[in-house]
Design a protein. Structure first.
Length: 164
């Protein structure tokens, strides 16, 4: 059961398939198409303006190749590696082109100074992955400046082998 009682969840833009459009704002279209076209198993895309994930996207010193480090098992299991996509103005079709250029290797991206776009096999998977990304971004900001213990490569590999 999805809980849309959260104000941020109500601001979510969701698309159920490449043929059925439920977005309340048309600007998600190019981002959504970039994920659908490069990730055939995608059944839903969620785009949030979640406070902590957006704040993370505004930081100048995050790793563009892996902007959400492996802090918890759940971000590995539900989200995977997250790429930072360069800034384009909201509604610019170039966002979709930038996502397509990633070749479907990422189910989630973080748009610079904007927020996350997350794909899933269905709406529940996409929403839960977006929620996990949002919560991990919050932890990353809380822990900023502190010595942080990340998951090791071995731990990440074990999670991928057990949970896919």
């Amino acid at each position: 059961m999805l809980d849309f009682g959260d104000k941020e969840a109500l601001q979510t833009t969701c698309i159920s398939s490449p043929f059925t459009r439920f977005d309340r704002i048309g600007t998600i279209r190019s981002k959504r198409e970039g994920l659908y076209e490069t990730r055939p198993a995608t059944g839903a895309v969620v785009h949030l303006h979640a406070t902590y994930a957006t704040a993370l996207s505004c930081l100048a010193d995050i790793d563009a190749e892996d902007c959400v480090p492996p802090l918890t098992p759940y971000v590995i299991m539900r989200v995977g590696q997250v790429r930072l996509v360069p800034y384009v103005r909201p509604g610019d079709a170039k966002a979709g082109d930038l996502i397509r250029a990633l070749g479907g290797c990422h189910s989630a991206v973080l748009l610079v100074n904007h927020g996350p776009v997350v794909a899933g096999k269905d709406i529940a998977s996409a929403v839960y992955a977006a929620e996990e990304l949002k919560e991990t971004a919050k932890l990353l900001l809380f822990l900023r400046g502190m010595r942080t213990r990340l998951l090791t490569v071995e731990q990440m590999n074990e999670l991928k082998s057990v949970f896919g």
